[in-house]
Design a protein around this ligand. Structure first.
Ligand SMILES: [Fe+2]
Length: 217
């Protein structure tokens, strides 16, 4: 995959999109992760898009550790250490399962808003999908809508400026994706990053390593 790197920002010429890349993913991880959906220490939120999408996030130290094991196994801290501005190590903010079977209207958005500057990233990898499962839609460098199909042996990882949505479609059965949010350990960047990382789950980890549980807000 060709990347044009300009400082911390880069362009993926194959996908014709900013700050996005694919990394290898071991499909065997699905067998370990999918049974987690039957466990009680997760929190489910629905963003209210034109979809039955559910964000099922870690809601205990135990379930956070499940995603932390994925984060470490994928070598994300090392892989992104040349892009992210960090002090000691990169931090996993939160892990999710994303479950959905249909999407009837695009909801194009940025995960990481102004000021994040590729100091935070989202990883998505498929754990369970069928032929008719909706993939990912994104806007390329010219603003055109492009389609990305998830593959069992790949994860897509994106930072700032990557405009995307669940693709339109309807499947007979729900697909399940793994999603990890991670990035800098510098609290000075948290203001911008928190607009996303602190809004998607009840329990998340701060750049400094402390955990925040919104139950106690
Ligand atoms: Fe997103």
């Amino acid at each position: 995959m060709k990347l044009l790197v300009v400082g911390k920002l880069f362009v993926n010429s194959q996908l014709s999109a900013p700050n996005v890349l694919e990394i290898p993913f071991d499909p065997a991880m699905a067998a370990v992760l999918l049974p987690e959906l039957d466990k009680p220490d997760y929190c489910t939120m629905s963003p209210g898009w034109s979809s039955d999408i559910e964000w099922i996030s870690n809601d205990s130290f135990r379930s956070y550790k499940v995603f932390l094991d994925c984060f470490e196994r994928l070598g994300l801290a090392k892989a992104f250490s040349t892009i992210v501005d960090y002090e000691v190590n990169l931090v996993l903010y939160c892990g999710f399962f994303v479950r959905r079977s249909r999407c009837t209207e695009y909801n194009f958005h940025l995960d990481w808003l102004d000021g994040c500057d590729n100091n935070a990233f989202t990883l998505i990898a498929p754990l369970l999908q069928s032929e008719d499962s909706p993939g990912l839609a994104y806007r390329d460098l010219h603003g055109s809508i492009k389609k990305y199909s998830y593959r069992a042996d790949s994860a897509i990882v994106f930072g700032s400026g990557f405009v995307h949505s669940t693709d339109l479609g309807s499947a007979e059965s729900p697909s399940v994706l793994l999603s990890l949010t991670f990035g800098t350990d510098k609290m000075e960047h948290w203001g911008a990053i928190s607009k996303t990382a602190a809004s998607q789950s009840r329990l998340f980890r701060l750049p400094c390593g402390l955990f925040c549980n919104k139950l106690f807000d």
